[in-house]
Design a protein around this ligand. Structure first.
Ligand code: SAM
Ligand code: SF4
Length: 381
């Protein structure tokens, strides 16, 4: 755990020059005597037997990879301006998307490699039917920290079942507290439905929900204080995310980014904040209100204060590509391996070789930065 000071603009700016290389599958005959972990064995109290979790996944910079974000669909019922285009986008055909059995198999392999946290995302994960059953199977496999990111549109009706299936935490996107602005941002009229979803989640064991707002200069940055007030009133964890160059319309410019340091200063001036310790690999700097009000503030600053040095995350896209960074220039085809008949040992070795080459950092701040060809909705946030 560490307790760094409040965000200071540019303090942790990343100027690295990572080497990027393509990892290739390694034939199974190269595999040494790996001791595969057994997953899914539980003690009588439901906890997973720790001695069964010997294997770990590391990259060449020594970072341990424990978090996997699984995008289960590239489809979405919203068209947020900072993510998708207004124009129709070509979804992948159904047979290009990993089937549930393929997702089950990969989850088992990743758990054997020491993955402890899984976040289900998309696109919009709740538009794919069967997600509750998948969560139940992940829970049965022994995933310690099982969470989901959703736009909240379908949450109210699905929340109970998700929780019963074993979901432990939920992030809900909400980019404006003004219904008209919410409509402009998401290109939907779902404001009331999403607010209802947040209320329902807050009455369950998923509380406190994390509410995610992507701030875009000139669009919703006037609502920082209103969002903080929302956190205090509802007892939610209000998280402000810097806009990243992952939008389909390629409108991102540095001028549109609202630095986390500014958000901190504005909220702190109105309601003094006290920092909460966080895990080194966590993306958010976390704060509570000094006056004891409920709710928390989280600041996520991938642009102005990159946290790549402690990154513990990898991503699996809906079409079965492994991505070692949001901004990876290339992804790595696990679906192909599965469908060509690779054994679990082959897949494990391939994952290890790919993760070994995880990028040192995202290079958004490098002069020659070029955004990845895949945008957020196709990667999974
Ligand atoms: N549809 C779900 C949702 O919106 O919560 C899950 C998928 S979405 C891609 C995951 C997260 O990525 C959301 O919190 C969303 O706000 C965030 N996001 C999307 N595009 C982004 C961008 N260009 N910059 C920063 N965050 C972005
Ligand atoms: Fe859909 Fe989420 Fe992207 Fe909005 S941010 S368009 S809800 S995937």
């Amino acid at each position: 755990m560490e307790t760094p000071g409040p965000p200071e603009l540019g303090k942790e700016r990343f100027d690295g020059n990572p080497r990027i290389s393509v990892a290739r599958p390694i034939p199974s005959c190269w595999i040494g005597p790996f001791c595969f972990t057994e997953v899914g064995k539980r003690n009588p109290d439901g906890s997973v037997q720790p001695e069964k979790r010997a294997m770990t996944l590391h990259d060449k910079f020594g970072r341990q990879i424990t978090d996997l974000r699984i995008s289960i669909t590239d489809r979405c019922n919203f068209r947020c301006v900072y993510c998708r285009s207004a124009d129709p986008e070509n979804y992948r055909d159904h047979d290009e998307i990993l089937s549930w059995p393929e997702l089950d198999r990969l989850a088992h392999i990743f758990l054997g490699l020491g993955i402890r946290k899984i976040r289900i995302t998309g696109g919009e994960p709740l538009v794919r039917s069967g997600v509750e059953d998948y969560i139940a199977r992940l829970h049965a496999l022994g995933v310690e920290d099982l969470s989901m990111t959703t736009n909240g549109h379908l949450l109210a009706e699905r929340c109970k079942r998700l929780m019963e299936a074993g979901l432990r935490r939920i992030n809900i996107s909400l980019d404006s507290l003004d219904p008209a602005k919410f409509e402009r941002i998401t290109r939907t009229k779902s404001f009331d439905t999403v607010m209802h979803g947040i209320d329902v989640a807050q009455k369950t064991r998923l509380a406190p929900a994390k509410v995610n707002a992507v701030l875009v200069r000139g669009l919703n940055d006037d609502e920082v204080e209103a969002f903080a007030e929302f956190a205090r009133e509802r007892g939610v964890i209000m998280r402000f995310i810097e806009f990243m160059p992952l939008d389909a319309d390629r409108t991102w410019t540095r001028n549109l980014v609202v630095p986390a340091a500014e958000v901190y200063q504005r909220i702190h001036a109105r309601w003094p904040l006290v920092q909460i310790p966080h895990e080194r690999s966590e993306t958010a700097r976390k704060y509570r209100f000094a006056d004891g009000a409920p709710g928390e503030i989280g600041l996520i600053a991938p642009v102005t204060q990159p946290f790549c040095g402690h990154c513990s995350r990898i991503r699996l896209t809906a079409d079965g590509k492994l991505r070692t960074c949001l901004f990876s220039k290339e992804d790595h085809d696990l679906r192909g391996l599965l469908r060509e008949g690779a054994t679990d040992a082959d897949v494990t070795t391939y994952i290890r070789s790919v993760v070994d080459e995880k990028e040192e950092g995202h290079r958004i701040n490098a002069p020659d930065f070029v955004p990845p060809s895949r945008t957020m909705v196709f990667i999974g946030g």
